[in-house]
Write a protein that binds this ligand. Sequence first.
Ligand SMILES: N[C@@H](CCC(=O)N[C@@H](CS)C(=O)NCC(=O)O)C(=O)O
Length: 208
Amino acid sequence: MIVVHHLNESRSQRILWLLEELEIPYEIKPYQRDAATRLAPAELKEVHPLGKSPVITDGDKVVHESGAIIDYVIRHHGKGKLAPDPKSAEYDDYQMWLHYAEGSAMLPLMLFMYVMRLGEAGGPLASRIEGEIANHLGYIDASLEGRQFLVVDSLTGADVQMSFIAEVAKAFGKLAECPNLVAWLERLHERPAWKRAIERGGAYALGR
Ligand SMILES: N[C@@H](CCC(=O)N[C@@H](CS)C(=O)NCC(=O)O)C(=O)O
């Protein structure tokens, strides 16, 4: 049985959604962020030394890092669902999105979140960060032009992985110029598996 070590209001929500899409039985071990610091509790370090979420256990195997977890779950338990044929050109795109989400797209959004806390002192960095956010969101929005999903005509792990970028961008009010991203995110949120994952995972303000 896969156990999802699930931190409230976090990237692990998309792992619950993935498992719901695949209709795989799983258990949730919940962890609560510290109300003041928003950091994960120390017990999460007992699962993996980084103490970050998501992290899953599958028997003796511990897998951390969202993109690696999505890849692992789909390869080991997906029964051919939610990923293109590994020999296809689409698979290369699928891999690109799995890596791109946390490797590139998330960085300016995280910088925005931290630099905002500096108030006026963060001013000199603001235009560079805003420019990079617009660059990345513009790229994703253009990639969704005329498409229902990022890679093929149906949902893949790439959509699951990239959904968190759109949720964070929306929470920061950055989607005004991204109609394709907004429509895609709304479609994802209408999926029954998404709704089941929200019911199981608990409060998730980001996904509104
Ligand atoms: N790139 C990692 C990021 C993991 C990460 O930073 N997770 C956040 C939650 S969204 C976390 O655990 N924060 C609590 C903390 O840093 O203590 C991934 O995608 O898995």
